[in-house]
Design a protein around this ligand. Structure first.
Ligand SMILES: O=C(O)CCC(=O)C(=O)O
Length: 492
């Protein structure tokens, strides 16, 4: 049976009748149907129910067969007179012909369970695999509750029926490195406070490094499933992890994305674990990882400067002591973690029912996102979901939870999500950067004073991983657990 045939109806799923298997009605629902039956049929039902725990053959050994036939005839006569649902009619025919209700239920539930297990194991193989089995509709596993669907307005959101496109603040990296640094730092600071996002252009990463990364990732996802599946793992610490959805072990509703996650630091240790196919994957992805790490360090230095946590280029010469502290801090970032996530979103037959990625924030300091020409990324801005227009050869950069904590709430880690579309597959590569895994992230002492008290608890990477692997990630809930609620100052 094809996976796509299996559509269990629930409160959130479509209401029209779709082909395939439906979940058997609970006993309470069947009993409700009984109320419609005349007394003799009720008697038959009770009689059969009394043999609930008696095996099938025993039912026959008790010579109930002729009685069953008799009741069947009476039953059919009544059925002809009562306007039943077709499904109920066949169920009762089946019960009377050869089974007690309990056995019928058990058989149906067994069928349901085995189909359910088969479907679940198909979903675990990812959406690319699902699409290759040939689907024309989205299976129920991917259908979001109505309020979480991309074009529904939640009570806490402003109407998004007209899709808005957003031009994010643009940081010209070449300008940042030149004589206009002070002005660009202001734009950067404003972007991190107001949007939590900005786009970087003129970043200096050669365009062939970027196009090769997209191209080799495309080829990776084109490999046969068995080849991709070699990298499937539920170990969050694994240097390479192929998978699907957001957290496929916890998500009740799956997202329409497959991913390849690559730990990138230290590169010499992790590289031998990366996919060996396509043959040029390691080389191209490692070059891309090194380039993005360098760009991240440059951007992070600018971010720290904009927060006045490290001296500005001019101040550095004046305050030599501070310079040592600054170097120590920057060294920590150099030794920091880097996780590269290659996201693949196949075309989706019903894109308004599901999402490529649910609303979430990123855990690190900065994420550098490369997206192909297909739009899909949306960010939450002034309570609206707005689409980020892809700019060729640019990076979308966003503030992560760790930077929000480090900046003591000045810079915002903003919710974002991914829409899918019915026409084109989409690829994006996110590089998430933070401090080394064993470091604690805390608000910078330089950003805490009486008028601006500490707003976040210390946090470390291990507790973040523990948090996300133990529950279904929803919105910004990890960051929420790190907030200090100050009753006196009412800050949260
Ligand atoms: O694909 C995208 O545009 C965004 C991906 C993303 O949010 C992520 O990998 O965390």
């Amino acid at each position: 049976m094809f996976v796509n045939d299996i559509r269990y109806h629930n409160a959130n799923s479509r209401t029209s009748i779709s082909p395939g298997i439906t979940k058997p009605e609970p006993v309470s629902q069947k009993l409700a149907t009984v109320r419609l039956l005349p007394i003799p049929l009720l008697y038959k039902y009770i009689q059969d129910t009394l043999v609930i725990n008696i095996p099938f053959q025993y039912h026959y050994q008790k010579n109930q067969y002729p009685i069953s036939i008799l009741f069947l005839i009476i039953y059919l006569v009544f059925l002809a007179a009562i306007p039943f649902r077709r499904k109920t009619f066949w169920l009762y025919c089946r019960i009377n012909l050869y089974m007690s209700p309990a056995i019928a239920m058990a058989v149906e539930e067994k069928e349901y369970d085995s189909n359910h297990k088969e479907a679940e194991s198909q979903y675990q193989k990812g959406v690319k695999h699902l699409c290759e089995s040939g689907i024309s509709r989205v299976p129920a596993k991917y259908i979001l509750p109505i309020l979480d669907r991309p074009f529904t307005t939640r009570h806490d959101e402003v109407n998004v029926s007209n899709q808005h496109n957003l031009n994010l603040p643009i940081i010209d990296f070449a300008d940042l490195q030149g004589s206009n640094r002070a002005r660009v730092l202001k734009t950067l600071s404003n972007a991190c406070e107001q949007y939590g996002f900005f786009q970087v252009v003129n970043h200096g990463i050669p365009s062939d490094v970027i196009s090769s990364m997209i191209e080799v990732s495309t080829r990776f996802f084109e490999l046969p499933f068995e080849e991709r599946a070699k990298y499937m793992s539920s170990d969050m610490y694994s240097p390479v992890r192929y998978g699907t959805s957001f957290n496929q072990n916890k998500d009740k509703v799956f997202c329409w994305r497959d991913f390849l996650k690559l730990m990138c630091h230290p590169i010499s240790d992790v590289l031998p674990h990366w996919p060996s196919s396509p043959v040029d994957f390691r080389k191209l992805a490692a070059t891309y990882a090194k380039e993005t790490k360098f760009l991240y360090l440059m951007l992070m230095e600018a971010v720290l400067e904009s927060l006045e946590v490290v001296g500005t280029t001019e101040k550095k010469t004046e305050e030599e002591d501070d310079d040592d502290d600054d170097q120590l801090l920057l060294k920590k970032f150099e030794d920091g973690s880097q996780l590269m996530v290659v996201n693949f979103y196949p075309p989706c037959p019903e894109p308004d029912l599901t999402l490529g990625m649910p609303p979430h924030s990123d855990y690190g300091f900065l994420t550098l996102l490369l997206q192909d020409e297909v739009e899909g990324l949306q960010i939450k801005h002034h309570e609206k979901w707005v689409t980020v227009q892809p700019i060729p050869n640019s990076f979308v950069v966003n503030v992560g939870d760790h930077l929000e904590i480090f900046s003591n709430g000045k810079y915002k880690s903003v919710l974002h999500r991914v829409l899918v579309n019915s026409m084109k597959a989409r690829i994006s590569v996110a590089s998430l950067h933070s401090l080394p895994f064993d470091c604690t992230v805390a608000p910078s002492p330089k950003l805490i004073d009486e008028s601006n008290p500490r707003r976040y608890k210390d946090t470390d990477f291990a507790s973040f991983l523990e948090f996300i692997s133990s529950r279904e990630p929803k919105r910004k809930n990890f960051l929420e657990t790190r907030k200090i609620f100050d009753l006196e100052n009412q800050i949260n």
